[in-house]
Design a protein around this ligand. Structure first.
Ligand code: PHB
Length: 400
C-alpha cells in the first residue's frame, strides 16, 4: 500500500494550522480537523439488517454528542449492497485514500469483512467490525476488533444445553458460507463430544429460497431435533414454512439454532411458525435492562414504528461507544497501534449485557442466552431462560 495512505491526524492538523497561520487567522489554530470515520454497511441489501444500523449510530450521537475531545465526528457512509467483497474492498480503499478516514467501521457479512480487513491491515487503519460471525477472520487483521459474535461462540453452548436437556440426536442444516460452516462444525463437534448422536448434516446455498428438499432429507433421518443456521438477512420465514410443510413440526421434531433465525425484525414475517423455537444468541429484545429499553424506544421513534432494535442496532451502538472511548483516551488523536492497545482493554455494559474485548484475539466476550420464542401480549418475542456468562469464541478454526 502506498505511503500516502498513512497520512496522520497530526500532520493534517499541522498543515491546516500552518496555512491558517500564514493567512494571519490565528484563531483557526484552535480548530482541530474533523475526525472522519468511514462507515460501510449493506444499506440496500436484502433483509432488515441495513435499516437498523443508522438508528444505533443516531441514538449514540444524540446521547453523547458529535465531538470527541473537541474534534467533530464526521461519518462518511457507504453502501456495499449485500454480500459483495469487491465492492466493500473498493469502498474501504476510497474512504482511506480519497476521504482520509482515520477509522473504518461496519459491514454485515463475512466475505465483506475479510475484504475490508485486508485494506485495514495494509493501511494500518483501525476497523471496528459491527457484524460478521466467522471465527477465523480476525487472525490476519491486527487492526480489526469484533463487536458481534461468532456462530461457534453460540453453538458450542447450545449443543451442551441440548444434550443436558434430553436431546440425544439431531440433524444439522446450515447456510453454506463462513458463519454457517462454523455453526455446523461447532454444533456437531460439541453435540457428539457431549454424548449426542448426529443423524446427518447438510449445507444449503446462501440464496436458497425453497428449503423443502433439504428438510425432507433431515426428516428421513428421524431426528429428535433439527439444528439450523440461516443468517438474519436471509430471514427464517421460508425455512420455518418448509419445516412445517415436510411434517417435521407435526412429528414433534424440535427446532434449535442461532438467534439470527428469529431476529426481532424477522419475527413479524416468521409468524406463529416461530413459536417454541429454541435459539442461542447474544441479544434479545426482552433483555431486561434500562439501556435496552431506551434503545428499543429510540429505534421505534427513529423508524416511525416500522422497525425495532435488533442485534445489529446494539452492535453498532457498542461500536460507537468503543470508538468514542478509545479516541477520547488519546485526546482526539487516532494512533493506530495505541488505538488497538486501548481496544484490547475495552469492557463495558451493553444493551445485551456485559461485554469485553479479548486482548489475545480482539474478539468479543459476552453472555450467550438460551431463548424460546413465545407470544406475549399478542407479540412474538424471544424470552431468555438460561444464561451462559461471558463466553469466548472457541478459536477452533472450524471453517479453515
Ligand atoms: C455473516 O456473514 O457473518 C453473518 C451475516 C448475518 C448474520 C450472521 C452472520 O445474521
Amino acid at each position: 500500500m502506498r505511503t500516502s495512505l498513512h497520512g496522520s491526524v497530526s500532520r493534517r492538523v499541522f498543515v491546516t494550522a500552518a496555512a491558517a497561520a500564514g493567512l494571519g487567522a490565528t484563531r483557526a489554530l484552535a480548530q482541530p480537523a474533523p475526525l472522519k470515520i468511514g462507515v460501510i454497511f449493506s444499506y440496500s441489501g436484502s433483509g432488515p439488517t441495513g435499516l437498523t444500523f443508522d438508528p444505533g449510530i443516531n441514538l449514540w450521537m444524540s446521547q453523547h454528542g458529535d465531538r470527541i475531545a473537541g474534534r467533530k465526528v464526521e461519518l462518511i457512509r457507504r453502501d456495499d449492497t449485500g454480500i459483495a467483497p469487491d465492492t466493500a474492498r473498493r469502498l474501504a480503499q476510497e474512504l482511506i485514500v480519497e476521504n482520509n478516514v482515520e477509522i473504518l467501521a461496519g459491514v454485515a457479512f463475512t466475505p465483506n469483512a475479510i475484504a475490508v480487513a485486508q485494506v485495514s491491515t495494509q493501511a494500518k487503519k483501525p476497523f471496528f467490525l459491527v457484524n460478521a460471525a466467522t471465527s477465523n477472520i480476525m487472525e490476519k487483521a491486527p487492526y480489526m476488533s469484533r463487536y458481534s459474535f461468532t456462530t461457534a461462540q453460540l453453538c458450542t453452548p447450545l449443543a451442551k444445553w441440548a444434550v443436558a436437556n434430553g436431546i440425544t440426536n439431531a440433524y444439522s442444516i446450515v447456510q453454506d458460507y463462513g458463519p454457517g460452516i462454523d455453526a455446523g462444525n461447532a454444533f456437531t463437534k460439541q453435540f457428539a463430544d457431549s454424548g449426542g448422536k448426529v443423524t446427518g448434516a447438510t449445507r444449503f446455498p446462501v440464496n436458497t429460497e425453497d428449503f423443502t428438499p433439504f428438510l425432507q432429507r433431515a426428516h428421513d433421518t428421524k431426528p429428535q431435533a433439527v439444528f439450523v443456521f440461516v443468517n438474519a438477512s436471509t430471514g427464517g420465514a421460508a425455512f420455518l414454512k418448509a419445516f412445517r410443510d415436510v411434517g417435521l413440526a407435526r412429528d414433534g421434531v424440535k427446532l434449535i439454532g442461532t438467534g439470527d433465525l428469529v431476529s426481532e425484525n424477522n419475527l413479524p414475517a416468521d409468524g406463529d411458525l416461530a413459536l417454541g423455537v429454541i435459539t442461542a444468541f447474544h441479544y434479545s429484545g426482552t433483555h431486561p435492562s434500562a439501556l435496552n429499553r431506551q434503545m428499543i424506544a429510540a429505534v421505534e421513534r427513529l423508524t416511525h414504528g416500522s422497525l425495532t432494535a435488533d442485534f445489529t442496532t446494539v452492535q453498532v451502538y457498542d461500536v460507537m461507544h468503543a470508538i468514542y472511548e478509545v479516541v477520547a483516551a488519546q485526546h482526539g488523536q487516532v494512533d493506530p497501534d495505541r488505538t488497538m492497545e486501548l481496544v484490547k482493554k475495552l469492557k463495558f455494559e451493553s444493551a445485551r449485557g456485559p461485554i469485553a474485548i479479548d486482548p489475545a484475539t480482539r474478539d468479543i466476550v459476552e453472555n450467550v442466552y438460551i431463548r424460546r420464542t413465545e407470544k406475549r401480549n399478542g407479540k412474538l418475542v424471544n424470552v431468555e431462560f438460561d444464561t451462559i456468562p461471558m463466553v469466548k469464541d472457541p478459536n477452533e478454526h472450524y471453517s479453515s
